[in-house]
Design a protein around this ligand. Structure first.
Ligand SMILES: [Zn+2]
Length: 438
């Protein structure tokens, strides 16, 4: 049953191309009926309060740590509720107290490797299902609940399926996930199974899984948990809100994101624009987005090279190659147009990360005590390229979005460092002492 309290006149869907409007709670397909483009979620922000009230509210929520609170009141996403989904009634919120992630200064090894001392990482792997997807998942499943949905479906390279399964389980909904066989890690396969989702493996890359979901949505009325459902993007904006909050409501010069299906890039850009629209940031505030792709899956970075104005003309879905960064192994990103819109609006750039470099980035981060996923490696290798060719200068502040924990990607990490393992032929302390030169 649809939520009786959610006023759909205050929150609506709007086509990114022709401005055609649709009802957020009634929509199932999430492509504009008139022109086939994606939707944005739009809100009436007129009664959410002024910027100083909002900033105070957000900070108060951080210090209000109490057993009297609901999950959402501890969430690093719903902390910014007035900017994310201001008109959604509390009882529709499905939250696992996600999104309270640290923003850490890069250690000495990573700083040296990238070539700057002004580098920070927002560690979005430190959230319930171990990836940034929880930021959007809590909002998507809350909207699904408000819309009276009882089952969701998604295609995934591993992280979306973990998120969709966990949040659907929490809300008491059914969930089916469609995954590329052999191209997700064992942890990512275990996650939806543990959360009771129907796990379907198909013999093709993610792009085939996505085509199946689009057909299930269009012909069979399935409700998608992928980022074509723009409710996801609303939650992912919390990345930009947390970064702004952390830097005392000033933006860094650059936010760097890996680009797979495009939800991160789309939402960071929208988050910056939302903060300007609501007076949280001045309109003069300037923060550029650097979107990074691996050389195995770089359709958008390639079309960007032909020029930001002409990218669509030169855009070609790419057959994906092999990479450790399997979660961004996507040749035809569903949010392509939103990604390029945000790159354009932020005067941003795109970089391509070599496989060797993204692997090295994971090892270098590890030497500073932080285990990041290979997709974070894409962003780190990309920002290193930009610093080396002086596109980004040494005095500029950079925040890299670390999208998932390396604990989901132990196989590739261990494989790349297996030469560092010492195998002994016996179990004697004296043999170990010899190796350690004691
Ligand atoms: Zn349209």
């Amino acid at each position: 049953m649809k939520s009786p309290l959610f006023n759909v006149n205050q929150t609506w869907l709007e086509c990114i191309k022709c401005n055609n409007r649709a009802d957020l709670l009634k929509e199932r397909g999430f492509f504009c009926q008139k022109c086939g483009n994606l939707f944005d979620v739009c809100h009436d922000f007129s009664r959410i309060g002024n910027s100083s009230f909002l900033k105070k509210t957000f900070s108060n929520r951080m210090s209000d740590f109490s057993c009297n609170n609901e999950n959402w009141q501890q969430s690093g996403v719903w902390r910014y509720r007035e900017l994310i989904m201001p008109h959604l009634p509390e009882q529709d919120i499905v939250s696992l107290a996600e999104g309270n992630v640290p923003i850490v200064k890069a250690g000495r090894n990573l700083s040296h490797w990238v070539g700057t001392n002004n580098l920070w990482l927002i560690l979005e792997g430190m959230t319930p299902t171990g990836s940034f997807k929880d930021f959007g998942g809590t909002v998507l499943i809350s909207i699904a609940k408000a819309a009276g949905i009882n089952a969701v479906v998604c295609a995934s390279t591993g992280d979306t399926s973990a998120m969709a399964a966990a949040y659907a389980a929490s809300a008491g909904m059914k969930c089916a996930v469609i995954l590329p066989a052999g191209k997700i890690t064992p942890v990512q396969l275990a996650q939806p199974l543990v959360h009771g989702a129907k796990v379907i493996l198909v013999p093709g890359p993610f792009d085939d899984c996505m085509k199946i979901v689009l057909e299930l949505v269009e012909k069979y009325g399935a409700y998608p948990a992928n980022s074509l459902n723009p409710a996801r993007i609303e939650g992912h904006q919390a990345t930009a809100f947390q970064i702004a909050h952390f830097f005392n409501w000033e933006m860094p010069n650059w936010i760097v994101v890996p680009v797979g299906n495009g939800s991160n890039c789309s939402s960071v850009g929208k988050g910056i624009r939302t903060m300007k629209e609501t007076g949280i940031l001045p309109h003069s505030s300037h923060c550029r987005i650097l979107g990074c792709q691996s050389e195995a899956a770089c359709p958008l970075a390639l079309s960007f090279r032909s020029g930001i104005y002409e990218w669509e003309q030169y855009y070609m879905p790419k057959l994906v190659g092999e990479t450790d960064a399997t979660a961004a192994r996507i040749g035809d990103p569903v949010s392509a147009k939103k990604v390029m819109r945000e790159i354009f609006l932020s005067n941003g750039l795109m970089e391509i990360a070599a496989e060797r470099d993204l692997r090295q980035a994971v090892s270098v981060c590890g030497q500073d005590g932080i285990f990041v996923c290979p997709q974070t490696g894409i962003a780190l290798a990309g920002v290193r390229n930009a610093v080396q060719c002086e596109t980004i200068s040494e005095d500029e502040t950079i925040v890299v979005v670390s999208t998932a924990t390396g604990l989901k990607f132990t196989d590739s990490a261990a494989r790349n460092l297996q030469n560092n393992i010492i195998n002994l032929d016996d179990c004697r302390a004296s043999s170990v002492a010899k190796v350690l030169q004691l």
